[in-house]
Design a protein. Structure first.
Length: 367
């Protein structure tokens, strides 16, 4: 139990030492040091007493100097490519939850899918001596970047996308299987004209989705229908209108992500059609908004929070054991079926599908 705090003169601002805090709190200097390093060895009552003295004396802990002594900063850099996508909000929440349990904090940067911008962030994080990096590689990233980070002694875990040759640390989901689940579900609903609206980029996550779509469509003996486009809400809005104006429109569409699916449902409504009735819509990621949309969106759950937790765990393990075996964690997707794909009977002749109402086919100003 700590002794009663001594009535010592308040040190001059900027000159407070660990010994001053120890004298004020009635504990040893080593106990103060343990509290500052957030050691679990200190009793909670003692910890509170020391923290009260720190606050009373106005002491500011110099983590930079401490890091130089310990060679660890207890920080992790996180670089994603689309911070506006709610998927990444959930993923970063999982990262922070895992890091918080180990007294780590993260620095978040948005590369906007630019390798140059990404490199600038990585260099700045190196200057701040982060202990490791969680990297969602930007489109067009040179695979040699992973070797560069290794040369910087900066452990790297790739997330969602991957570059370079294995083995490497990676956390993600099985995007190929996710699209297969969506196709199987739509076929079971009676759909035969199933289109895929996907990305243009040649990176691992996009290629996996395309593989899943073409393999599943071929497996059911169907003809592929697809558009390659940007991965935004507006892109989904515009793509669905293009598809629905074809001579034989699709009766169902699968979208690369939920943002595109939300845009696709808006596009159907703009044409006077009802998502889930006139055309089924399936998204990918199952973000929180999916269950709240109108109609609720069927989506392939890719578990962003869990991916974030696993990525952080891999990074902490790599920091503790730089030479250990590389590990890949690939989570299994799950199809969350909702009204946007679960209401149609497609036994009718697909050559005479519902036609869009031209009176509603006007540009959307802010999809």
């Amino acid at each position: 139990m700590p002794r009663a705090p001594r009535h010592t003169p308040t040190p001059r601002e900027g000159s407070v030492t660990l010994q001053d805090i120890a004298a004020h709190a009635g504990v040893s200097r080593s106990t103060v040091s343990l509290v500052l390093r957030e050691s679990p060895l200190v009793a909670e009552r003692t910890r509170e007493s020391v923290r009260a003295s720190i606050k009373a004396l106005g002491y500011v802990y110099n983590r930079g100097a401490a890091a130089l002594r310990s060679s660890r900063t207890h920080t992790l850099g996180v670089v994603v490519y689309d911070i506006a996508n709610p998927f990444f909000g959930a993923m970063v929440a999982g990262i922070d939850a895992a890091l918080h349990r180990e007294n780590y904090v993260s620095f978040l940067a948005n590369s906007e899918d630019s390798p140059q911008r990404q490199l600038r962030f990585l260099e700045r994080m190196r200057e701040h001596r982060v202990d490791g990096i969680l990297l969602c590689p930007a489109e067009g990233t040179d695979p040699a970047l992973i070797e560069t980070l290794g040369g910087w002694n900066m452990p790297c875990v790739q997330v969602l996308r991957h570059i370079g040759e294995p083995p490497f640390d990676y956390a993600g989901t099985d995007f190929e299987q996710g699209v297969r689940l969506a196709v199987d579900h739509l076929v079971a609903q009676g759909h035969r004209q199933i289109a895929f609206i996907g990305g243009e980029a040649e990176h691992s996550a996009t290629l996996a989705r395309w593989r899943g779509y073409f393999a599943a469509i071929a497996g059911h003996g169907l003809a592929p229908r697809h558009l390659r486009t940007a991965l935004t809400r507006r892109a989904g809005f515009e793509a669905i209108q293009s598809l629905m104006r074809e001579p034989t429109p699709p009766t169902a569409v699968i979208c690369h992500n939920d943002l595109m699916a939300f845009g696709a449902m808006l596009g159907l409504k703009r044409l006077g059609l009802t998502p889930g009735i006139d055309c089924a819509v399936v998204g990918t990621d199952d973000v929180e908004e999916a269950a709240l949309s109108d109609p609720p969106l069927t989506s392939v759950a890719t578990h962003p929070y869990a991916i974030g937790e696993e990525a952080a765990r891999l990074a902490l393990r790599r920091i503790a054991d730089p030479d250990g075996a590389r590990e890949q964690v690939i989570l299994s997707p799950r199809l969350q079926v909702r009204d946007s794909s679960n209401a149609a009977d497609r036994s009718q002749d697909p050559a005479t599908p519902p036609q869009p109402d031209a009176r509603h086919a006007r540009p959307l100003t802010n999809p």
